[in-house]
Design a binder for this molecule. Structure first.
Ligand code: UN1
Length: 504
């Protein structure tokens, strides 16, 4: 463990702020592993005065970074990607130690970082604007994209490094600088990533404040980001109440935001689908990251004719789930992030029972000194229980039945959140309906693959209470730039648009 920490530049006590130099004069915070409660290291939060210096540094760095040609900015991102390749195993292990996902998922998370760097490098030569036909003679109408400013990136514990990279790799090629406030539950991985970015920026002679860091509580450091007009865009990943708070503050100053909030993701299992595909996709979707992905599968809507078979087979898989130290390859599920998460899960299960749901398995605390282990839970419910409308950030899976595909889609859409969804079917009419305007209302709608594990090439995000933001691939980069529309007149005369005449 010590070897991994030192390979990534983590000391016993670490300053939690960076803007060209490291600082951290605030409260010291021990970082405990959810695997066994052991202290990994200590982080010193930044004070409000230090935050001011960090933001000022990041803002100052924008003035020169925005002038660097985008393909040159891409070279820095390429270097960050190469550093991540070199440090993949160590960083994945630190992710596992700090927040408890299995090492194979930790490796997948770092792979997502590498992939987004590759995508961003290509993008650095493709930040295309458009030209449109002007309605006036000898005029040109065009759009171009300029760097936006400081991007505040506020991340959650569950993807402690990948979410930073989706935002940062894109923001950097767009010419923005980044100020990162990670989750207080995962500060060490944030320090490790910031050191990687620092190294890459220094190698090319750029101001390392381009990738700044401020570790502290959301209620103080987070809100300083949300309320400061120097932060042009806030990209926030977290809960719905958190997003409501952040969105309100940012909107009040007419800043921009990208919100990636809760999911309540369902899989529809049709009687015309492949049951093995359904079982594998749902099992990974529900227990992966111990049910702590925003894309985790939380609801399964099964055709009544196959419900009993499906339930029996899923229960078999659940009962055999190897749970334990996530660093050991044999375990498919590690701990929850902390004791509070275990309490929340158990309280939700009590609510399920009180509301008439039936617990089919799981929901037990596993005795383990210092660790936060539970067995994953399946509950059989009717679709409209109030607790089913909520996102419980834990491995609790609700099973329900349907008769018609229209009813299944209505159940799938009948929650306030709209992140991810899937259908398992070999019937083309069903899958097309699911993807049509009358189908899933989510930002992600998959066919014959589960709700989690979205690839970085697509735009990632969701509708309704999920917040509407999009990150990662496709044209999500446009949110990180400012658009400028220009009319250029080369006619030598004045011609007004909309046919208006001017008699002077
Ligand atoms: C999240 O849980 O915040 O689609 C993001 C997935 C991952 C990202 C999850 N690529 O499951």
């Amino acid at each position: 463990m010590r070897k991994v920490l030192s390979a990534l530049g983590i000391s016993d006590v670490n300053p939690g702020g960076f803007s060209g130099s490291w600082m951290g004069g605030g409260k010291a915070q021990p970082v405990l592993s959810p695997i066994d409660g052991e202290r990994l290291a200590t982080v010193q939060n930044v004070t409000p005065q230090e935050f001011e210096a960090i933001l000022a540094g990041c803002h100052r760095a924008f003035a020169s970074w925005k002038l660097v040609p985008a393909p040159k900015r891409g070279e820095v991102v390429k270097e960050i990607g190469d550093e991540l390749r070199r440090n993949k195993a160590a960083l994945a292990e630190l992710v596992t130690l700090e927040m408890g996902k299995t090492l194979r998922e930790g490796l997948g998370e770092v792979q997502e970082m590498i992939d987004i760097c590759d995508l961003a490098v290509g993008l650095s030569r493709q930040l295309y604007g458009l030209t449109m036909p002007s309605e006036r003679r000898m005029h040109r109408l065009q759009e171009q994209w300029h760097p936006l400013g400081v991007v505040g990136v506020i991340t959650a514990f569950n993807f402690p490094v990948a979410v930073w990279s989706w935002n940062t790799a894109i923001a950097l090629v767009c010419g923005d600088t980044v100020l990162w406030k990670p989750s207080s539950k995962a500060p060490l991985t944030a320090i490790a990533c910031t050191r990687i970015a620092e190294k890459a920026l220094r190698k090319f002679g750029f101001d390392p404040a381009i990738c700044s860091l401020a570790i502290g509580r959301g209620s103080d450091i987070g809100d300083l980001i949300n309320t400061d007009p120097r932060v042009a865009l806030v990209s926030y990943t977290g809960s719905v109440p958190g997003g409501r708070h952040v969105g309100g503050l940012v909107q009040a100053r007419f800043g921009r935001h990208i919100l990636e909030l809760g999911g309540n993701n369902a899989v529809i299992v049709s009687e015309k689908g492949d049951l093995d595909i359904a079982l594998r996709s749902i099992y990974f979707g529900a227990i992966g990251t111990s049910g702590q992905r925003c894309t985790s599968t939380r609801r399964v809507i099964v055709h009544e004719s196959i419900f009993e078979t499906f339930k029996t087979r899923l229960l078999e898989l659940y009962r055999q789930t190897p749970i334990g130290d996530p660093l050991e390859d044999k375990h498919l599920m590690g701990p929850l992030v902390d004791a509070g998460a275990v309490d929340t899960m158990l309280a939700a299960i009590e609510t399920v029972k009180a509301q008439g749901g039936r617990i089919l398995c799981g929901g037990e605390r596993l005795p383990h000194p210092g660790g936060c282990y539970v067995t994953p839970c399946i509950a059989e419910v009717s679709g409209n229980l109030p607790i089913v409308q909520e996102e419980t950030f834990a491995p609790v899976l609700y099973l329900m039945t349907y008769k018609t595909i229209e009813e299944a889609i209505a159940l799938q859409n009948g929650v306030p959140q709209g992140l991810s969804s899937a259908i398992i079917t070999n019937d083309q009419r069903e899958s097309e309906l699911f993807l049509s305007v009358s189908g899933s209302d989510c930002g992600i709608a998959n066919v014959n693959t589960g709700t989690s594990g979205a690839e970085i090439g697509g735009a990632f995000g969701g509708e309704k209470e999920t917040g509407g933001g999009r990150e990662s691939g496709s044209d999500a980069w446009k949110a990180y730039m400012r658009r400028q529309t220009s009319a250029l007149n080369f006619s030598g005369q004045v011609e007004l648009a909309q046919g208006i005449t001017l008699d002077i």
